[in-house]
Design a protein. Structure first.
Length: 325
């Protein structure tokens, strides 16, 4: 069962209690030992890891989708490697055609989005996933969705994603805060940082720009977006569902209420019936929409978005890969 992100993680005025701090110290010891292990495997294909330093959603998946598109436009043939969080499949190659054979319960939501875009590998063991990419696909580059703290597969390039509206929260380690590892240690191991959200409210670039190259993404609503003339009830099961509400409102949508669910939540027909009883105008994220039972997808709309970064971002990624050859 996936739980909602604790609110106190992002309340800098509330300090975690002694038990949480002690648990965080133990977590950090175990995590540090794991992170410092030497990689077991270096793929013949370059590996770009898009990860974060915090638990919960920062916008990794949209950035993976953006980077895949950009690299494809530049002549590369990328494959996305994901562990298929929340799904049951393992060591399998998917694309938009084969995806129809599986439910969201089998694939997980992120893998469905990636497979709709192009070649995608679900592998709980990332080394096995990289082996599949090199031996069973025609890809020439691997984009790994998450896994920055996973030491087993060598990464040629690591990109950290940070939500500019909440930053690193209270900067305590799990479970006292959202951090998977200390900020400075994580950034020193990374190559690039992308700041997502409506604005860099936590001044991430000003604070850490001397240490790592920073880029900012814009959230763009696609032309196929639903009407703004209606009043909607929004619902989402994300690491930070409030981000969805903020995106809707900043793009001129009238939202009566936001109903939240745990991250990666698999919706039941009963839950959706209850939502429909509140309003016939329901809107959710694409990531939530792919988790709906198939018979519900015609009844509920999603907000189609994508990230946009300046051309320097992709150029810097390509140049960094060339420099590391």
């Amino acid at each position: 069962m996936t739980l909602k992100t604790p609110e106190f993680w992002y309340d800098t005025e509330k300090k975690p209690n002694f038990i949480l701090k002690l648990s965080a110290a133990l977590y950090q010891v175990v995590s540090n030992r794991r992170i410092k292990k030497q990689p077991l495997y270096k793929s013949p294909l370059p590996v770009i890891c898009i990860g974060n330093l915090t638990a919960g959603g920062t916008g990794k998946t949209p950035l993976v989708r953006y980077l895949r598109h950009s690299l494809t436009q530049n002549g590369y043939t990328p494959v996305v490697l994901t562990r298929g969080y929340g799904g049951r499949l393992d060591n399998i190659v998917l694309n938009a055609d084969s995806l129809n054979r599986y439910s969201a319960k089998e694939t997980g939501d992120e893998a469905r989005l990636h497979a709709n875009d192009g070649l995608t590998i679900i592998a709980k063991d990332r080394v096995k996933g990289a082996l599949i990419a090199a031996s069973e696909t025609d890809a020439d580059i691997i984009i790994m969705d998450d896994g920055f703290q996973n030491p087993y597969l060598h990464k040629d390039l690591s990109i950290i994603v940070v939500d500019g509206e909440i930053g690193f929260g209270n900067e305590f380690i799990i479970p006292a805060g959202p951090l998977r590892e200390p900020v400075m240690e994580g950034l020193r191991r990374a190559d690039t940082m992308v700041i997502t959200g409506q604005a860099d409210q936590k001044k991430i670039e000003n604070t850490y720009g001397y240490l790592i190259s920073c880029f900012k993404s814009k959230t763009i609503v696609r032309d196929s977006a639903p009407s703004k003339s209606k009043t909607y009830i929004a619902f989402a099961g994300l690491g930070r569902p409030e981000k969805f509400s903020e995106t809707l409102k900043s793009n001129g949508y009238n939202i009566q209420e936001l109903i939240t669910f745990p991250d990666h939540h698999l919706y039941t027909s009963k839950e959706l019936e209850n939502l429909l009883n509140k309003s016939t105008e329901l809107i959710t994220t694409e990531k939530d929409w792919v988790r709906l039972p198939a018979e519900w997808r015609d009844k509920i709309i999603y907000l189609p978005i994508h990230y946009e970064l300046n051309d320097e971002f992709t150029a810097s990624i390509i140049q960094s890969l060339k420099d590391k050859k």
